[in-house]
Design a protein around this ligand. Structure first.
Ligand code: HEM
Length: 469
């Protein structure tokens, strides 16, 4: 199947890493007619490469703009409630007491699935909170510097607010730092799935596009489910993708203190940096522990590795190099699931995430001192099924303390602390005796977020042309 890249939004193909400055504009629709008029004018970037655009005489912009729509926004723009509930997945729709679509991620049922309990409870969120106005739209703006970003915002967002088409729920600045490290100090955004048909990916390891785009061949040998509208006459989902955004605050000082304290309690036999790397599964440079188990070689992150191998030459079945509980080994177990390496590779290909996250907040002057400022990661993923991909990975691989026969050992970096009685622990396999980190604090807190649909450009046009009710 040939993908029509001119019909697919750019975020599916690009992380815009050269456009380091970004802003996520969370909007609530006030006037449907005015919103449609405004949406029609937006210069939404498509997924064609610069070369393809040049060949097609399409101007290449130095900025980028993408748009995604929440379930309440789809209904406001004219998709009937009936078709929404019949044709879109329940985790995306969500309902309030009157049966209207709501901030679905903030629902109690999703909060339980995602571990959004305690300090992560959606009732404390800055937005996406069930008590607040619905997140109808998010416009993602990307630019190479702050001035260009401000201009982009003034050109495309301010007029929609001033005309009364939409109201602003939040305008969130985010960025990729020059060294591409997140706030705990590790290189991020290294491991991404190659997608067949996008960015010239032809490797045998490339994942079928239907894992990320609706209406396309997927890893089950079928086509990913795509919702139709207008009584089945319009394939609204085709070439669209579901977008998850979560604002995750990182306790940077808490992270450094904890590992310094643990290193000291082990009598100096290990360093804080070594312990933290064991929890992530990569060194700060991005080098994977499974390749470089002793020290950080200080080189760019290699991504062509497995944990178990073909059995002839065992790589790291016991987690002596990269612990089984480490963040990257459980968020993408590659060939190391209990079902055996061959089946593991098949299973894992059905639960991949296309990550588009960025940091928010400034770097602290001294990471070991709590300066009281909020900083963290806008965790952003694209997938064909929120339930099967993002929610599955978070619930079953990251938050479950019994992942891969572990015990009371959820993800050491991201998991919430669900019970004061049993604080999470982390086992670091060692020969002859394992090392156990106990009483791990919660390093990451959810501050907000939502589920959105990133439509194809033709679906966007269809929506804008629906008659007002
Ligand atoms: C503040 C929270 C988080 C931090 C600081 C963080 C940090 C990192 C780092 C440093 C890496 C290694 C670099 C790379 O491969 O790109 C990574 C990889 C990854 N993370 Fe996270 N992460 C966070 C939250 C999450 C969440 C919530 C999920 C999923 C629900 C997730 C899924 C992944 C995946 C799938 C990978 C790639 C693993 C691989 O393919 O080897 N992360 N993360």
């Amino acid at each position: 199947m040939t993908l029509d890249l001119a019909d697919i939004q750019g975020l599916v193909a690009f992380g815009y890493s050269r456009l380091r400055f970004s802003s996520f504009e969370f909007l609530h629709i006030k006037n449907r007619h005015e919103t449609k008029r405004w949406l029609k004018t937006l210069p939404i970037e498509d997924a064609r490469s610069r070369e393809e655009k040049a060949k097609a005489d399409v101007p290449v912009s130095s900025t980028a703009l993408n748009v995604a729509i929440g379930a309440p926004g789809l209904v406001k723009l004219g998709i009937s409630r009936c078709e929404l509930y019949a044709n879109f997945p329940p985790e995306f729709c969500g309902t309030d007491d009157e049966g209207a679509p709501k901030n679905s991620m903030g629902e109690a049922i999703r909060a339980n699935v995602l571990g959004d309990v305690g300090t992560n409870d959606p009732h404390h969120w800055e937005y996406g909170n069930p008590k607040q106005p619905t997140l109808d739209l998010v416009v993602l703006l990307y630019a190479k510097d702050e001035t260009e970003l401000e201009n982009l915002r003034a050109r495309w967002i301010t007029p929609a607010i001033d005309s009364g088409a939409v109201s602003q729920i939040a305008s969130e600045k985010s960025r990729i730092f020059e060294d591409e490290r997140e706030h705990f100090g590790f290189r991020d955004g290294l491991s991404q799935p190659d997608i067949d048909g996008i960015g010239g990916a032809t490797k045998p390891s490339a994942i079928n596009p239907g894992e990320f785009l609706l209406g396309c061949p997927d890893e089950y040998g079928t086509y990913s489910y795509s919702p139709t509208v207008n009584g089945g006459h319009f394939d609204f989902g085709k070439f669209g993708s579901y977008l998850v955004i979560r604002k995750l605050r990182q306790d940077v000082a808490g992270f450094h203190h904890y590992f310094q304290k643990e290193a000291a309690s082990h009598g100096g036999s290990v360093t804080a940096g070594w312990l933290a790397a064991k929890c992530v599964g990569r060194w700060p440079s991005g080098a994977p522990l499974v390749r470089y188990p002793q020290t950080d070689p200080g080189m760019e992150g290699d991504n062509n590795f497995e944990y178990v191998g073909d059995g002839k030459q065992p790589i790291d079945s016991d987690g002596l190099k990269c612990p089984i509980a480490a963040h990257i080994r459980r968020s993408n177990p590659r060939d190391s699931l209990d079902e055996g390496s061959v089946q593991s590779r098949v299973t894992v290909r059905r639960h991949r995430l296309l990550r588009r996250g960025r940091t928010f907040g400034e770097r602290p002057v001294d990471p070991a001192i709590d300066d009281g400022k909020s900083r963290g990661l806008f965790f952003i993923t694209l997938q064909a099924s929120i339930r099967k991909q993002f929610e599955f990975v978070q619930q079953t691989w990251l938050n479950d303390g019994k992942f891969s026969r572990l015990y009371e050992s959820p993800d050491p970096i991201t998991a919430p602390k669900v019970s004061a009685e049993i604080p999470p622990s982390m086992t670091i396999p060692q020969d002859p005796v394992r090392l156990r980190l106990s009483g791990m604090p919660q390093f990451v807190t959810t501050l907000g977020g939502g589920y959105f649909f990133l439509p194809s450009l033709s679906a966007m046009q269809y929506l804008c042309e629906l008659p007002d009710k």
